[in-house]
Design a protein around this ligand. Structure first.
Ligand code: NAP
Length: 267
């Protein structure tokens, strides 16, 4: 049974793979046998992670890419295909949290809105568009998207992020229903609160461990096993679905709207 979790021989492209959750997913998938193409805007973090992948005995390529720019996205996949000849799995993980959940709607500029939607939603669309025909022609492929608990519920002053992450859930469903019969699946990871550089910079109202049913926030490394599972043959019959990894947060454990701490709990 465990051999179905092996990623030996698979080529995986991951966006935002240089830091935070993407870094841990990349390293876990390399340990499971995959070759990785790591994309992000800054070269420092993606080069470092690609180096760690190579040290673990797998092949890796770091390609500086802004996922909001379709010409850069197309070039990313041309280079990945040029180097590895195929792409088995795409991880749409790049996103920004910074400036996404702390501004009243009347203060949000056109630029704020476009940046939030372009980074957190359009980038995943552009990457999926660029590689899906290749996957369809091969009759096999997986597109794994990263949404958020805010993709499934609202949050105070949370517009671009929540709208884009909700869009990611729908992108997953659209890809799954459109490409399934060509052998291509799409699934969606829904992380809860897992402190990273991205969340440190967000200035969002973030839940404390007390509000999470299992009593603590998550660790980035805890994303590794679910990434391996969703990239592997073990998840071949799963498509169009969301997989929450949030310590039970969506079950109602932490303040769902950002208002609950202001409401006294009386028994
Ligand atoms: N941590 C959490 O609690 C949590 C919860 C729910 C969902 N998520 C989601 O998980 C994903 C990873 O977040 P994280 O917490 O690991 O934060 P992070 O460390 O800030 O990671 C975000 C990554 O995305 C890349 N990125 C941002 N804009 C990009 C662009 N335009 N083009 C290409 N790459 C871009 C960043 O690299 P560059 O800046 O170098 O481009 C960075 O490596 C995001 O989609 C986030 O929304 C996180």
């Amino acid at each position: 049974m465990l051999e179905t979790l092996s990623l030996d021989g698979k080529t995986i492209v991951i966006t935002g793979g240089g830091t935070g959750l993407g870094r841990e997913m990349t390293l876990a998938m390399a340990r499971a046998g995959a070759d990785l193409v790591v994309a992000g805007r800054r070269t420092g973090p993606i080069e470092e992670v690609a180096g760690l992948v190579r040290e673990s005995g797998r092949r890796a390529l770091a390609i500086a890419t802004d996922v909001t720019d379709s010409s850069q996205v197309n070039r990313l996949f041309e280079r990945a295909l040029g180097e590895f000849g195929k792409v088995d799995v795409l991880f749409n993980n790049a996103g920004i949290v910074r400036g996404q959940g702390n501004t009243p709607i009347w203060e949000i500029t056109d630029e704020d809105w476009r940046l939030g939607i372009d980074t957190n939603l359009s980038g995943a669309f552009l990457c999926s568009r660029a590689i899906s025909k290749h996957m369809v022609d091969r009759g096999t492929g997986k597109i794994v998207n990263v949404s958020s608990g805010f993709g499934l519920r609202g949050g105070r002053h949370n517009y671009m992020y929540a709208c884009a992450k909700g869009g990611i859930v729908q992108l997953t469903r659209a890809l799954a229903t459109s490409l399934g019969r060509y052998g291509v699946t799409s699934t969606c990871i829904v992380p809860g609160f897992i402190p990273t550089q991205g969340t440190d910079e967000s200035r969002m109202e973030l839940p404390r461990g007390d509000f999470i049913p299992i009593g603590r926030v998550g660790y980035p490394r805890e994303l590794g096993p679910i990434a391996v599972f969703l990239a592997s043959a073990a998840s071949d019959y799963m498509s169009g679905e969301m997989f929450a990894i949030d310590g039970g947060g969506l079950a109602g454990g932490y303040a769902p709207t950002g208002h609950a701490p202001e409401i006294p709990l009386e028994v």
